[in-house]
Design a binder for this molecule. Structure first.
Ligand code: G3P
Ligand code: CA
Length: 245
């Protein structure tokens, strides 16, 4: 089972910052997840939310800022354990920190209602610009239109269906949508990660990865029911519980 650093080692450092990714690498992570946005002047950046309120405590939207402006915000302001100034990183900086030793990189593209027109072409261009990056990349999005546009642009790109507001009842239609877009992986919330659901998804031919798993008992249950990966904010602790393999 893959132990995927979720927004870096975000249990110990401000999420989606270079510090969080550096720490995850030091902890031995080889599988990573991060959230991708695009600034007004077209720079791909890594941050969870569309605005800076949750991390910097300021009312400002990434879509409305050039990167030079975005860089001025301290996105560690929310993090109680360590408020040392951290900036929203450019995607390429995150990839540089993660380095070539990584195995599996999940680029979660935040693009509800196509708020970042052209982000698909831009990300695809970036993935192809670095040796080996395209092969280890898996692109996911809560926005199905975004996944469809990625598929139209590339038949080879690995896509992951990302379940939003899923329930057991809605699982079969979701599996159909995942198939329609040619996804290889299916990512869903711990809330509905039951044995039968995981079995159904795997039977349909997908890898199953579960978010966000921060407790040992949940992690062990995920392994038991056959999850292929778990997204966690605590990659060090989870790695110790003989979860790998
Ligand atoms: O990609 C899995 C998970 O990160 C999706 O939810 O809200 O944490 O981006 P969220
Ligand atoms: Ca995410």
């Amino acid at each position: 089972m893959k132990i995927i650093s979720h927004r870096g080692a975000s249990g110990y450092a401000p999420e989606n910052t270079l510090k969080a990714f550096r720490l995850a690498v030091e902890m031995g992570s080889r599988d990573f997840e991060f959230d991708v946005h695009q600034t007004k002047d077209g720079v791909l950046v890594v941050h969870h939310d569309y605005d800076l309120k949750p991390t910097a405590g300021k009312e400002a939207r990434i879509a409305g800022l050039d990167y030079a402006e975005l860089k001025k915000f301290n996105v560690a302001a929310h993090f109680k354990r360590d408020k040392m100034v951290q900036h929203v990183p450019r995607l390429e900086e995150v990839i540089d920190i993660i380095g070539p030793e990584s195995d599996w990189l999940n680029f979660e593209v935040k693009n509800d209602n196509n708020v970042y027109p052209g982000i698909e072409e831009k990300l695809l261009g970036f993935l192809k610009s670095r040796p080996g990056l395209f092969e280890k990349a898996v692109v996911s999005s809560f926005d199905h239109g975004t996944l469809k546009r990625f598929r139209e642009l590339s038949l080879r790109l690995k896509l992951a269906y990302l379940g939003h507001g899923l329930s057991t009842m809605l699982l079969l239609p979701a599996i159909r949508k995942a198939k329609a877009v040619g996804a290889v992986s299916f990512h869903m919330a711990l809330r509905i990660a039951f044995k039968l659901n995981v079995k159904r998804i795997k039977k349909a031919g997908f890898q199953v990865c579960i978010y966000t798993v921060n407790r040992k008992k949940d992690a062990l249950r995920m392994k038991e029911i056959g999850a292929d990966g778990i997204f966690t904010n605590h990659p060090d602790i989870l790695g110790k519980w003989t979860l790998k393999g």
